[in-house]
Design a protein. Sequence first.
Length: 352
Amino acid sequence: MISHIISALLAFLTLFIAFVHTGEVFLLGLAILLLVFFAVVLIYNIILTKSLQIDISMKNSSVSNKNMLINIDISNPSPLPITNGIIKFRVSNPGFGVKDTFVKKFTAGSGTSSLVFELGSDYCGRFDVNIDHVRIYDLLGLSYKNAVKKYVKSVYLYPAFKPYDKVTEVRRVNYEKERYFSNRKSPVLSEILQYREYQPGDNLRHINWKLSDRYDELLVREFDTPTDNQVLITFDITNDNLKTKNMVFSTLMSVSTAYLKNGIFHQVGWYRGNKGTAFMNMFASADLYETMKMIFDDDKGEDTSGMMYLLKSGVLSKYAKVVYITNKQDDIMTREFVLHDNVEPVILDEVS
């Protein structure tokens, strides 16, 4: 665009200098006409862009499609078309270290036009899309106006998952306690140690609603032994191989989906660094997708070793089964699993 403006100014100066040297009024008229025309198209472009209505939307997608869609709807009330437009946006995936910049040209007629841009990726995760500007140029490309200056939104690309056929019947780990309490009339098989504030991942059935209403906060019963056959799915990731990291997320969704299809309530837990550990309840596939969003939001492209944290905290003992997904074999962890026979490791081989 700058080159077009410079060319127009040079043409005007050339005509004006020629008029000064020759005194030909015709040359002065051409120079003034060129200047007026440039001013008219500039004013027209400003008026046009002020009347435009631009709506930008994006869609989450599965990695099986390997693309995300950016939809730009342009409403142009002017009878004249937009002959040239440019959209510039930056895309980054912090978890996988993906960064790229795109510049796309488009045209749009009068009325309503819909533009669709596809962003492809081999990896899942959260993609931050920063639209720097949407520029509309005049008919000759001599000037432009920013129709949209800034637009920032995150869109999620979920991993593809495959059928997982290793869903086994969950065994009870508190059978000794059950036998001890078998003669009690109460259906509760565990003794209540205390009440505490609700934390994400707590079983909703353990909330004391009357007590919570009295103190105006959610309070849950804390038991000394497990009260059900709860399953935990957790994972560790290393970032030295992005393909296997992608496989960890894919396997996580595959295992969780398999349990949901078999009607098995479970939790997904992961390490969040300074934020501790999160535990989310999985009742339906919608819960899984929301959980994946949280996992992607936490992913900063760093290695995580949450399993060791869970082992040290002792929280794993309350679960009947723990499915542990990792993309790296660890001798220390392997020795720990001998002491925790409720842990089922799923180790993914490195992909070159």
